[in-house]
Design a protein around this ligand. Sequence first.
Ligand SMILES: Cc1cc2nc3c(=O)[nH]c(=O)nc-3n(C[C@H](O)[C@H](O)[C@H](O)COP(=O)(O)O)c2cc1C
Length: 188
Amino acid sequence: MPRKVMVVIGSPRKRGNSSVLAKRVAAGAKAGGAKVETFSLHEMNIKPCTACDACRKNPKIDCVIQDDMRILYPKLKSADAIVIASPVYWFTVSAQTKLFMDRWYGLGGDEGYALAGKRFGIVLAYAGEDPFVSGAVNALRMFQDALRFIDAKIVGMVYGSAWKAGEVRKNKALMAEAYELGKKIALE
Ligand SMILES: Cc1cc2nc3c(=O)[nH]c(=O)nc-3n(C[C@H](O)[C@H](O)[C@H](O)COP(=O)(O)O)c2cc1C
């Protein structure tokens, strides 16, 4: 059975830097024999968590909100690995990425999180050259803390500075790193 890799893009820019890098990760994963499915959060209807706790009161349901997380929950559960690609917006991940991750709350309960044991790849693009000043470090740390909390594993994080959409292509080393992360996700 080929590994199932879900790629989730949190930028509104279809040809933006995080999308370009995510496509390299996807290409690496495909080269490694994985089956890859990509989702663009910006094109989906994902509402904020309302903290109603229906997911905690009834463990059989993921979430009562009727939106496109209904598509993503089963995909998240069946994926072997999940790649999240986000731009840095205001010193952390984009709102699209944050809404999506908040809704993982619905996958938790007394027995832990349904994403426990899954392998993650993180992709991040930001304009400021210094990852500390740009806020990239905040976003990377958030991923580390959140994924540790749900008992998932980070396989690798690919991050770099670029401003205009697609500019990251010029950074050959980063493009190669993204491809290698994809292969690692598919093969390890
Ligand atoms: C609303 C908004 C907020 C941004 N905030 C930051 C920021 O806090 N730090 C930073 O380094 N770049 C910031 N940027 C720049 C983007 O992170 C940068 O252009 C990145 O390459 C965008 O990735 P994308 O092409 O995948 O969308 C911001 C851009 C926008 C549109």
